[in-house]
Design a protein around this ligand. Structure first.
Ligand code: HEM
Length: 139
């Protein structure tokens, strides 16, 4: 079965490549119009997806749930849509850019909300061991 953590990590690497390519383009051209796109791709795409990958490495029991796949699906659709929209908006194409940006933001917010839920569920306190478990731990 596909490993969700690896999938997040590989997607993070793609965002890193794209984000750095934008940075190099801005440096060489001295045109900083796409700076907000560069920033979001690097921080949400590279840093955020990398942290998601580490999270699912650390809590593998939540990595195989339908909800965690919903998290990946919405994250991987939302951010590129948002970035495509933002690129169009900063380049002045509001008519197509704005709906794409708002749609991508909406999907990204859902993704973040799902992850917050997963994060709390994964870190719920373990019930205290019973007296029997302490005196005679299971073999
Ligand atoms: C080879 C890699 C990179 C290059 C060449 C690069 C280049 C740039 C350039 C040219 C700017 C615009 C500066 C300006 O408008 O004055 C910028 C802004 C920024 N970059 Fe990068 N960048 C790189 C990697 C990264 C990474 C990996 C991150 C985050 C994880 C990042 C985060 C930011 C942020 C937050 C800003 C906005 C700073 C501000 O507006 O004050 N960059 N970068």
């Amino acid at each position: 079965m596909t490993n969700l953590s690896n999938l997040f990590l590989r997607t993070a690497l793609l965002f890193l490549g794209a984000g750095i390519a934008m940075g190099i383009f801005m440096s060489l051209s001295q045109d900083f119009t796409i700076r907000p796109v560069h920033v979001h791709v690097n921080l949400l795409g590279w840093v955020g997806f990398f942290l998601y990958a580490l999270f699912y490495r650390h809590f593998p029991h939540v990595a195989a749930t339908r909800l965690s796949w919903t998290h990946f699906g919405t994250a991987v659709i939302g951010l590129p849509a948002m970035m495509a929209g933002l690129t169009l908006v900063v380049l002045g194409h509001m008519d197509l850019g704005l709906p794409l940006l708002l749609g991508g933001e909406f999907v990204t917010v859902i993704s973040v909300a799902v992850f917050i839920y997963i994060g709390f569920a994964a870190t719920k306190a373990e019930p205290a061991p019973t007296h029997r478990e302490v005196v005679a731990p299971a073999e």
